[in-house]
Design a protein around this ligand. Structure first.
Ligand SMILES: *[C@@H]1O[C@H](CO)[C@@H](O)[C@H](O)[C@H]1NC(C)=O
Ligand SMILES: *[C@@H]1O[C@H](CO)[C@@H](O)[C@H](O)[C@H]1NC(C)=O
Ligand SMILES: *[C@@H]1O[C@H](CO)[C@@H](O)[C@H](O)[C@H]1NC(C)=O
Ligand SMILES: *[C@@H]1O[C@H](CO)[C@@H](O)[C@H](O)[C@H]1NC(C)=O
Ligand SMILES: *[C@@H]1O[C@H](CO)[C@@H](O)[C@H](O)[C@H]1NC(C)=O
Ligand SMILES: *[C@@H]1O[C@H](CO)[C@@H](O)[C@H](O)[C@H]1NC(C)=O
Ligand SMILES: *[C@@H]1O[C@H](CO)[C@@H](O)[C@H](O)[C@H]1NC(C)=O
Ligand SMILES: *[C@@H]1O[C@H](CO)[C@@H](O)[C@H](O)[C@H]1NC(C)=O
Length: 872
């Protein structure tokens, strides 16, 4: 069978395996077959990437159509990129095939699109089916799009396969409903069949067997992951003709050290050798990279590591894409490549391979992942090669692809991902309207949306922690947290310990005493009356939060749950991180305690609790409009500082009214500084969108595109502004569908000119009309669909301050106008707003460290929560 995995063990030396990139002229690949079927659609149309789909109705491709039904989804999820191909489906209650004629010489991409919605009477949870392809391949089996999408928090699922050239010029896809479940059916929304150049003609080096290679060219492959390392989402339309999607890699980084991202400036052009092969990976992938950072001592002591969940008992081809963007000479940057803790390549030198700067190369490795408990993971790590004595102790990566090869039986199908019980529970609790809940220590993974809910009651900054369970999934949580790798300026004392894994504990903390106070456990016990349950003011992912008194000062004490297994070193780094962030509008860390098994963090106590509890659903007297405005301004300042004020850009990721705390003087303080990161999700490959944040506040663009920028915080802040204006939760599942989601409801009301109907009646009569205009204008702009169109936090802040002035003028003399009052108008230009606000945070935008690098490489803030500037 030509699809069988062929293990070709021969003595090709590794350097021969390195594939130099060769092929057609730069403009990209022109597939000879490109068939996009909008299944069950009454007509064709274009999708979000402007690609043309045709209907499969009456098409020659569909054979055995007797048993199929054409249906339309009852509900259009806002996370769908476009109605085509998702809103229509073809349902099969008996086996049926698409036979698609293609050219005989090419491999083909086959992409299957599934939107598990309710289709006129067909419930999504009863669809279990298999999909087989010609050549004896099983692509999916016992597949439930519903279970998959739910487990991964996705609206829709795309599965991408690469099929070997077919002997008879026919790709046949057979959908068979499972006979294990009564009433089971198969469905499909969209099918893409696109020819591809032979990307797998070169054998891959078999990791762990120094001189053996593995031939993938005859195999069926499933794309598990496709990442633009150190870069951003690359849309199918930007992928040099093959319509692949490349995702941001940051979600898969392991541990605290995520290095530094670079983006080539205009002066550095990616130079495909011999005018070739842009299709190997587009320039968008090769022109961005992640490296370890500028500090050689630091880099010697850690691995830049990514962790992926995969299906056990399969062999994977791992493709590394490299393109050196800074250095020009051999032996400047030399590093070792590890796959699953085995050496895949010693002394990798990108310049030696590519012969020149900015020339891309890729390298394939194959590894078999066994099927033992906890073995369903793929680790990829880079470490500077100390033996080679390179000029810089550093390593880089530009792109990474992971493909699963079919096994001996032609199977490619993995199990459905296990839904995280935590996620399910939390969803139930959310629906039930209860936001407070105990965190359960046996959850598999806390996806951040859940963390957000669980932590809603917490009063202090909680760095979300991933929970651990000794189970099949164990290890997914190992990703703990997402924390910055500090540069040389503050690493000297703690660098080793804070990033090199589970090494020495305790002793590290001594160094921190200089930064913040070290408490003894005795002091903490005393402060909390021996952790008296009556003093619990919140429960977060990390553990419980107690009210306490230290030296007569009220504090909030977060005690680590011993089961949370947050590593000592991560704890250490958290302290260092939080203690560095000092701002009037950020909750500050006072100190810490580390003794035996006990770890505690001590924060300022916020006597007025969360902003939310002064808006609705509480016994607190409602606060007036001007106070609300002042709180919004404080929170906006805090966020503005996070985005622009520190050495690194920090994206909060979980802006909401429960993360805005109020001290005794009603000063707003942002807490929970978005340092959390989810572990790699289950084995659904590159579709594994991991959206973090809280339901109701999520930036739809981030949701769709995985593009994380500061503007995602701006979006969430827009929801906060409407929450303040309307005094209702961001998400209220007990309301009718059109009102459930505050952002949708507010924007719809605005469009209908019905703004007055949604304003909190308590403050309605207090608001100056001009102030309202300005406020709503700002809120509305924050909620714009595209991040680039949204204002910066600085602009939002400026507008809110202006709105406050208008309000004050109105309250003082009843006159609605203000000096020079352009009240209806547009946003102040960025420069204006920056000059107004820069003294607040003590920085100007120009000090962000862009383009400081002598090698004309700029650090990009996009996609990294915290970006260390390249400056040294
Ligand atoms: C469809 O393809 C399958 C497998 O290649 C083949 O067995 C079947 O006869 C084809 N059906 C039609 C109607 O061409
Ligand atoms: C399926 O239906 C058959 C007959 O209708 C019944 O005997 C069987 O128990 C059902 N199986 C399940 C899993 O519901
Ligand atoms: C395609 O890439 C260009 C340049 O890299 C970028 O400006 C553009 O926004 C991208 N288009 C899409 C749809 O991502
Ligand atoms: C692994 O796959 C082989 C077929 O390739 C199969 O025979 C074997 O049972 C599988 N092992 C497990 C533990 O699933
Ligand atoms: C690789 O090593 C890490 C510890 O360094 C361990 O947690 C992980 O399970 C290992 N991975 C594999 C696939 O062996
Ligand atoms: C890097 O990873 C390799 C393979 O897992 C391991 O042997 C090595 O100890 C790691 N190095 C550091 C500094 O963590
Ligand atoms: C099919 O998938 C469901 C959901 O993941 C799972 O519970 C069930 O055990 C699977 N059935 C078989 C026969 O593998
Ligand atoms: C959901 O609420 C129930 C009781 O209200 C609680 O036992 C359970 O732990 C909660 N689940 C989560 C995930 O918080």
């Amino acid at each position: 069978m030509n699809s069988a995995t062929r293990l070709v063990c021969n003595l090709i030396s590794l350097s021969l395996v390195l594939s130099s990139i060769t092929n057609v002229n730069g403009g990209g690949y022109k597939p000879s077959d490109s068939i996009l079927l909008n299944c069950g659609g009454s007509s064709g149309g274009t999708d979000a990437d402007n690609r043309k789909w045709v209907t499969d109705t009456n098409s020659k491709f569909l054979v055995g159509s007797v048993q199929s039904t054409v249906v339309t989804a009852d509900y259009q999820d806002p996370a769908l990129p476009s109605p085509i191909p998702y809103m229509s489906a073809r349902i099969f209650t008996a086996p049926a095939s698409y036979n698609i004629s293609v050219n005989k010489k090419d491999r083909h991409w086959v992409r299957l699109h599934f939107y598990p919605a309710t289709y006129t009477g067909f419930s999504p949870d009863s669809a279990y089916f298999s999909v087989a392809a010609s050549g004896g391949l099983t692509l999916l089996s016992n597949f439930s799009a519903h279970v998959t999408a739910k487990a991964l928090s996705l609206a829709y699922v795309v599965k991408e396969f690469s099929l070997p050239a077919s002997d008879n010029g026919m790709i046949s896809l057979t959908f068979t409903p499972s006979d294990k479940y009564n009433g089971s059916y198969a469905f499909i929304n969209g099918i893409e069949v696109v020819s591809m150049p032979d990307l797998f003609s070169q054998p891959a080096s078999l990791v762990g067997f120094s001189d053996q290679t593995l031939e993938a060219s005859g195999s069926g492959l499933q794309t598990m992951y496709r990442l633009n390392v150190g870069g951003q989402y690359v849309a199918p339309s930007n992928d040099s003709g093959m319509s692949r999607t490349w995702y941001d890699d940051s979600a898969y980084l392991y541990g605290a050290a995520f290095g530094v991202t670079y983006e080539a400036t205009d002066k550095v052009r990616v130079d495909y050798p011999d005018d070739e092969a842009e299709y190997i990976a587009p320039t968008g992938v090769y022109s961005t990279m992640r490296s370890m950072g500028p500090d050689p001592n630091l880099n010697r002591n850690f691995n830049l590591t990514w962790v992926f969940s995969v299906d056990g008992n399969y062999t994977y081809v791992v493709r590394f894409h490299f393109c050196e963007l800074i250095h020009t000479k051999v032996n400047q940057r030399v590093f070792d490549i590890y796959v699953n803790n085995k050496t895949a390549y010693d002394d990798a030198d990108v310049i030696a391979w590519a012969s020149s700067k900015a020339v891309p190369v890729y390298k394939d490795f194959a590894i078999t992942v066994t099927d033992g408990p906890g073995d369903d993971q793929l680790w990829v790590a880079l470490h500077p090669s100390v033996d080679a004595k390179p000029q810089y102790y550093d390593s880089i990566l530009n792109g990474l692809e992971i493909f699963k090869m079919n096994d001996k039986t032609g199977n490619l199908a993995g199990p459905n991902p296990e839904p995280s019980q935590m996620l399910l529970n939390a969803e139930e609790n959310l629906t039930a309207g209860s936001f407070k809940s105990e965190s359960s220590s046996n959850s598999v993974i806390i996806l951040a949306p859940v963390g957000g809910i669980v932590a809603a009651a917490a009063v202090v900054a909680v760095v979300a922690v991933l929970y651990k369970k000794k189970s099949r999934m164990a290890g997914n949580e190992s990703n703990g947290m997402w924390l910055p790798l500090y540069g040389n300026s503050h690493t000297s004392s703690t660098s080793k310990s804070s990033i090199s894994g589970k090494s020495s504990a305790g002793s590290n903390f001594a160094n921190l005493s200089a930064i913040c106070r070290h408490f003894s456990f005795q002091e903490i016990k005393h402060a909390t009356k021996n952790f008296d349950e009556s003093l619990v003011i919140g429960v977060g992912g990390f553990g419980k939060v107690y009210k306490g008194v230290v030296d007569g000062v009220k504090v909030a004490i977060k005690r680590s749950n011993p089961q949370s297994e947050q590593g000592v070193n991560e704890f250490n780094t958290e302290i260092e991180m939080l203690s560095k962030l000092r701002h009037k509008h950020l909750v500050s860390l006072i100190g810490f305690c580390e003794e035996d098994e006990e770890m505690c963090l001590v924060y300022d106590y916020m006597s007025n609790g969360t902003m939310r509890e002064h808006l609705y659903k509480s016994n607190n007297p409602p606060i007036n409009w001007k106070q609300r405005l002042e709180i919004c301004i404080g929170a906006a300042r805090g966020l503005h500082y996070l985005h622009t004020g520190a050495k690194y850009t920090i994206i909060h990721r979980d802006v909401k009214t429960t993360n805005i705390l109020l001290d005794e003087k009603w000063v707003a303080k942002v807490s929970d500084f978005g340092l959390s990161k989810t572990g790699p999700t289950m084995n659904q490959g590159h579709v594994s969108t991991m959206v973090k944040g809280s339901f109701g506040y999520l930036d739809p663009e981030y949701f769709k595109r995985q593009q994380l920028t500061e503007k995602s915080d701006v979006y969430s802040f827009g929801v906060v502004l409407f929450e303040v204006l309307c005094a209702r939760p961001a998400l209220n599942p007990s309301l009718p569908r059109d009102q459930m989601n505050l952002s949708e409801w507010a924007m719809n009301s605005l469009r209908k000119g019905a703004l007055n109907d949604i304003i909190d009646p308590i403050v309605k009569d207090q608001i100056a009309p001009e102030c309202l205009k300005k406020f709503v204008y700002a809120a509305e702009k924050c909620l714009l669909e595209h991040g680039v169109d949204r204002p910066s936090m600085g602009d939002v802040l400026w507008n809110l301050e202006f709105a406050l002035q208008l309000q004050e003028t109105f309250e003082n003399d009843g006159s609605p106008s203000v000096d020079g009052g352009d009240t209806s108008g547009s946003f102040a230009s960025s420069s204006d707003s920056m000059s107004l606000t820069s003294d607040e945070s003590g920085i100007s935008q120009n000090s962000r460290g862009i383009d400081h690098d002598p090698a004309q490489v700029s650090t990009t803030a996009v996609f990294s929560q915290i970006v260390h500037p390249a400056g040294r």
